[in-house]
Design a protein around this ligand. Structure first.
Ligand code: GLP
Length: 244
């Protein structure tokens, strides 16, 4: 695992955008693993800037989101499908339908099949070339909360109180408005990507980053599974790296 400490999110974003620009130049139909949350936002801004400058095209690329809330109406602005559209996809030249999200709006009876279909769609696209990741303060990646099987695949999960608290800021500060369930790619799904790129800023992530880089691999700190990945990059600011 390569750990890179940068002065701030602009420098981190620029390095990740360089990597994505190189990937798309070599493989215009690359498959990008997309993440929501605040950590990758600067990366999306930089990619949009480079797209507008004519440096990057996503016309043949595909995107797969990591996770989605269960039970939000399709048009809810905090549904991750809508978040990624608003913050990134709508501002570049992805083809219609090229960006997909896990199934958050199907009935519970249909969910297992819909999760299996999402896994198949990723595999049929050729697998993820570069997976962007944030990390929760409890060490979760995507919505794989502590205790998640290290081999898990896309499935429904219950969100922890901590994560619902952390994410309440997107729901007017009201934890009761945050859904209780989500559909998330599993740790096994994420580990299939060819390159993992995790971004973290701020002291609130310092303990999770300490565990990720220096702790034992454990389902209690789900991100630690990345220690077993042959090509994982962890980009940090000084505060997120302060416990290393
Ligand atoms: C949510 C998302 C994760 C994200 C995490 C951290 O729980 N499901 O994918 O990594 O939050 O978010 P942030 O980057 O805003 O700190």
């Amino acid at each position: 695992m390569e750990v890179v400490i940068q002065p701030g999110s602009a420098e981190m974003a620029s390095l990740v955008a360089d990597e994505i620009e190189r990937l798309l130049a070599a493989k215009p139909d690359a498959v990008l693993g997309l993440a929501t949350g605040s950590s990758p936002l600067a990366v999306y801004e930089e990619l949009i800037r480079r797209h507008r400058a004519g440096r990057i095209s996503f016309a043949r690329a595909r995107g797969f989101l990591l996770d989605e809330y269960v039970g939000l109406p399709a048009e809810h602005p905090e549904g991750y499908r809508n978040v990624i559209e608003r913050e990134f996809a709508a501002h570049v030249d992805f083809a219609d339908g090229a960006v997909q999200a896990p199934p958050g709006a199907v009935s519970s009876a249909e969910l297992p099949d819909a999760c299996a279909a999402y896994e198949r769609a990723i595999a049929e696209a050729g697998g993820v070339d570069l997976q962007l990741l944030g990390i929760g303060s409890d060490g979760h990646i995507a919505f794989n909360e502590p205790g998640s099987s290290l081999a898990s695949r896309t499935r429904i999960k219950t969100l922890t109180e901590q994560t619902r608290q952390d994410n309440a800021r997107f729901f007017g500060g009201d934890i009761d408005s945050v859904p209780r369930h989500c559909v998330t790619q599993g740790l096994g799904t994420i580990m299939d990507a060819r390159h993992l790129v995790l971004l973290a800023t701020g002291s609130g992530k310092a303990e999770a980053i300490h565990q990720l880089v220096e702790g034992a691999v454990s389902a209690m700190w789900p991100a630690t599974i990345m220690q077993h990945h042959p090509h994982a990059t962890v980009l940090l600011d000084e505060a997120a790296g302060s416990r290393l």
